[in-house]
Structure formats: C-alpha cells, structure tokens
Write a protein that binds this ligand. Sequence first.
Ligand code: AMP
Length: 377
Amino acid sequence: MHVLVLGAGQLARMMSLAGAPLNIQLSAYDVGSGNIVHPLTQTVLGHGLDNAIAQADVITAEFEHIPHSILDICQQSGKFFPATEAIKAGGDRRIEKALLDNAGVRNAKYAVIKTREDFDYAIEKVGIPMVLKSALGGYDGKGQWRLKNRADIDTIWQEMAECITSSDTQAIVAEEFVPFQREVSLVGARAKNGTIAVYPLAENVHTDGVLSLSTAIADQNLQQQAEQMFSAVAQSLDYVGVLALEFFDVDGALLVNEIAPRVHNSGHWTQQGAETCQFENHLRAVCGLPLGSTKLVRETAMINILGEDTLPKELLEMAGCHIHWYGKEKRAGRKMGHINVCGDYSGELQRRLCALAKVLDAQAFPAVDDFAKGFSV
Ligand code: AMP
C-alpha cells in the first residue's frame, strides 16, 4: 500500500515511521515546491501533483492550509481521505463554525467580519472582550487580535482591514472571549465503516499561543462530553482518519475551540502512551483497515521542543523519557521535536517531569518549569 501525504513536515514523517511495520509506504507532496519527497530524508523522488497522485493508492493530508485547487484535483482521483470538505473546514474558520453549528456542537458565539459595519455589528452581537481571528491562514495564535476596550476599536480595525484586503477570500471571525479554566483536546479516529475509536483527553498548556505541554488525563465527565461532540462532528463529515477537537473547559462544560482534520500535536503522546499511536490509526483508517486499540497503556505527557536543536545528554539516560527529533533546521520558536515522558505507576509521571525540569533550560521549556514549581508547592 502506498500513501501520499499532502505536506512534507513532521506529521508526514511520523506517519511514515508508523506505517513501515504495516508495510504501508509513504511519500510526501510538498505543496509549495510541487516536489514529491521522501518523508524521512526529504530526498526528491519526483515532481508534480499528477505524478504524485498516479503513484498513490491513497492520498491524505498533514495540514489544512492547502489551496482548494489542489484539494479538488485530489478529491477527483477518488483516493483522498478524509473528504476534502473536512480539510477545507479546518482551514477556514467560517466553514468550521458553520459545521459546528450544523452538527449541534457547542462553540463560542461569533460573527463574521468583512467590513467596518460588520465589525460594529460583531461588537454588538458578541460583546467586549472579544477575540478576533483571521478566517484563513491563522494557526498557533497567529493572525489574532484581542479587543478588550472600546478605545482600541479603531486601531484594531486598521490592522484587521489590512488583513482582510490582503486577499479577496479573507475575512475575520469575531468570537466572544471564553473565560476558560483550561484547554483540553480529544484525538480519535473514524474508520471507513463508521467505527470510532478515541484516545483519552489531553490537557494542553500553551506558551505564546503554541502548544508546549500536553498530558493525557482521566476525567469521565469531560471525556463523555468530548466523545459525544467528536461523534457529532465526525459523522456529519462522514469522516475517515484521525480528527482532533480542541476544547475550552469552562466550569466542567466543554466548548469546541477548533477542529483539526488530521493527526495532531496534542496526540503525539500516543506514540508511547497508547496501544496504537495516532499516526498508525490514521493510516489504518485511510487505508480501509480496522482501527487499533486506543487504550492508554501508561500515563504520558508530551513536551514540545520549540526553537532548540540540542538537549542535555542526561535525557537519554532518564527512564521513561523518549526523544523525537523532526530533522528540521533550527529557527526561533519552530517545532523542532518533542519529548514523551511516561510513568508506570501513580505519581511517577509527575516525579519524572520534575526531574526533567531540573535538567531542561527553564527559559526554553517554561511549561515544564511551571509544572515542577506548581508540583513542589
Ligand atoms: P486558536 O488559534 O483558535 O487555537 O487560538 C489560540 C489560543 O488563543 C487558544 O489556544 C486559546 O488559548 C486562546 N483563545 C482562542 N480563542 C479564544 C476565545 N474565544 N476566548 C479566549 N481565549 C481564546
């Protein structure tokens, strides 16, 4: 079986690693250059979308910001999973919001802005404080504004107007500010026959808008709510593959923040913490194979390595500590790799995170440092 992934980043790389034991071969299509590359070595294997499609049995995607023209060609081949409609929803907040509303899934009150009149209407409907997000192209907190005071309306409008006019299809989605206690996400898979298998929820800590620490948690109440919303979204899209839902936890009630129609950073912990990792389950789903068990096998947390290309050697000697580099060139803030940390009995994961905090640079890994400080209180 040969799977083509649209996108040649770390997610295609980890899918390639997970597919090898099942004899699933992967190649990646670099949407920017049009090159077909090996997902591990980045060696150029060929060029052009038609060639890439012709060689593949199945096509999938590792990110949602893909030109619709490319998605439409892939859809026409009949090989693309999940449906391109799902990828388009993940890449456009307007489509995403409409999808959530149609599936009856709770999400923050919102309004779409194209003009200054729309902005005034949004202020009335959504209220201040509000979070303003570009409909297209924004991720990891980029392309966002916070309106906290009426005095800032004109300044923010000027910045947003520049963003809106940058392209015919761009707009802003204004959302009510949600006073959440924490952020959690649910990663799960849906097979071609409609079977759904979800992982335990992960609690997510962000640093400057980027995920920094993600820990699998056991919370029956939240898990139940999240699973119900996951099924509603997955079924409404007749989804095939791994899907992630990000939530705000407001006093024990979940609200969907956004959906990611792909394997997700908050699911990387499954490589060591679950019976079958998210990357393998995505491949199983899109290849029409039965899903693997999503059972938690040990408590696990994932730490993102942001903008660093070396780690203290001690980490390699620490039990339960697994390093995953992505082979990327170093750039400030870039996702360079992650560390999965596991514990086999209650309290061991926390103890190991505290031990890690002692050897990791606190400035580069603030979430781990904060965790250790909170734990020792
Ligand atoms: P997003 O790109 O939508 O995931 O937003 C990035 C981060 O901004 C989220 O992880 C939240 O921490 C925060 N955020 C996004 N939307 C809201 C909202 N409506 N209310 C409060 N915080 C938000």
